[in-house]
Design a protein around this ligand. Structure first.
Ligand SMILES: Nc1ncnc2c1ncn2[C@@H]1O[C@H](COP(=O)(O)OP(=O)(O)O)[C@@H](O)[C@H]1O
Ligand SMILES: [Mg+2]
Length: 302
């Protein structure tokens, strides 16, 4: 992606080149309350181009709330939200998209029976010919989808196959390539690996890295520290709505990250409780600080 194809939706963008190294997206003390439920509070986050920013946290930690603010689904109720250094407040996801912020949700909005290329262009179909004879430019859509997927290193046998026949991982990859094609500068992925097996997760992680290498700022939401650490440049851990850890890769090890996620003290308490249950040999359980062994990633619990 080049700076020229940003703002493809006609938005007036502040020149991203004017301030190299400045965050594309930034939250300062941001928070969100749903009525009197405070889902998110005092969150600081910076998202840079060419980096994967991982947002980790257990269920209910506030991850989805955080990305809903950035993607324009919800509005923050405290603090600041900036894009290219300017304060923003989006009313719709369309406004976020106009600023180059694209979101791939876990339950991908695809039409399962439509071919891959058709889903690639869903809602942004290419047409040809003058009105009222304008019709779909099928050839150009097929060719472009094929090129864009190949550019990302995604090889599918046949773009005519219904997207429903692809694996979950492949569908995530198509969605990533689509966002790149339509000029995203920031790509938000909400738990893209949560429902996937080990091998498919690996494939998705590969394309997260590919999107980063094409210059995007990627926000990767996950509750799996192993997945995060494989591609992450920066790690933010949410707990009960506040940012518990904000560290770049150089400052945190996988072990520390896993401990933050596992909640060392909570695990110790659980172990104590289990010791009172007959038939559980607590000495066989892992130590709180010993959870970094590559056990099967906790999948599908989002
Ligand atoms: N629309 C909503 N209305 C009320 N409470 C909500 C709403 N969405 C989320 N919450 C609450 O906010 C907290 C954070 O939720 P969420 O952002 O979905 O966490 P995560 O994605 O990390 O699992 C939870 O306590 C949840 O119950
Ligand atoms: Mg969530």
């Amino acid at each position: 992606m080049t700076p020229e194809n940003t703002g493809t939706h006609g938005a007036v963008l502040t020149d991203p080149a004017a301030e190299p190294g400045a965050p594309v997206v930034e939250l300062r003390g941001a928070g969100k309350s749903y009525g009197n439920i405070r889902a998110l509070h005092g969150v600081d986050l910076k998202v840079f181009a060419n980096q994967v920013t991982c947002v980790l946290g257990d269920n209910g930690a506030g991850k989805s709330t955080l990305i809903k603010i950035i993607s324009g689904l919800h509005q923050h109720t405290e603090g600041e939200f900036l894009v290219d250094g300017g304060a923003v407040r989006f009313s719709t996801p369309r406004e976020a998209l106009d600023k180059g912020i694209a979101t791939v949700y876990q339950d991908l909005a695809v039409v399962p029976l439509m071919p891959v290329w058709r889903n690639f262009f869903l809602g942004s179909e290419l047409t040809k010919g003058p009105w009222p004879l304008r019709r779909l430019d099928i050839e150009r859509m097929k060719q472009t989808a094929d090129e864009e997927l190949r550019n990302m290193g995604i090889v599918l046998d046949d773009l005519e196959q219904p997207i429903g026949t692809l694996s979950g991982g492949q569908r995530q990859c198509v969605a990533i390539a689509r966002a790149v094609h339509f000029g995203a500068r920031v790509l938000i992925l909400d738990e893209p690996t949560a429902a996937l097996g080990v091998k498919q997760s690996g494939v998705v992680l590969k394309y997260i890295a590919a999107a980063r290498d094409r210059g995007l700022g990627v926000i990767f939401i996950t509750h799996n520290p192993h997945h995060a650490y494989m591609v992450g440049d920066h790690f933010s851990v949410l707990r009960l709505g506040t940012m518990e850890l904000n560290a770049s890769r150089a400052d945190v090890s996988l072990e520390e990250l896993t401990n933050h996620m596992a909640g060392g003290t909570e695990l110790a308490a659980l172990k104590h409780e289990l010791s009172q249950v007959r038939g559980v040999d607590v000495d066989e359980l892992p130590e709180a600080g010993d959870l970094t062994a590559p056990v099967a990633p906790s999948e599908g619990k989002s």
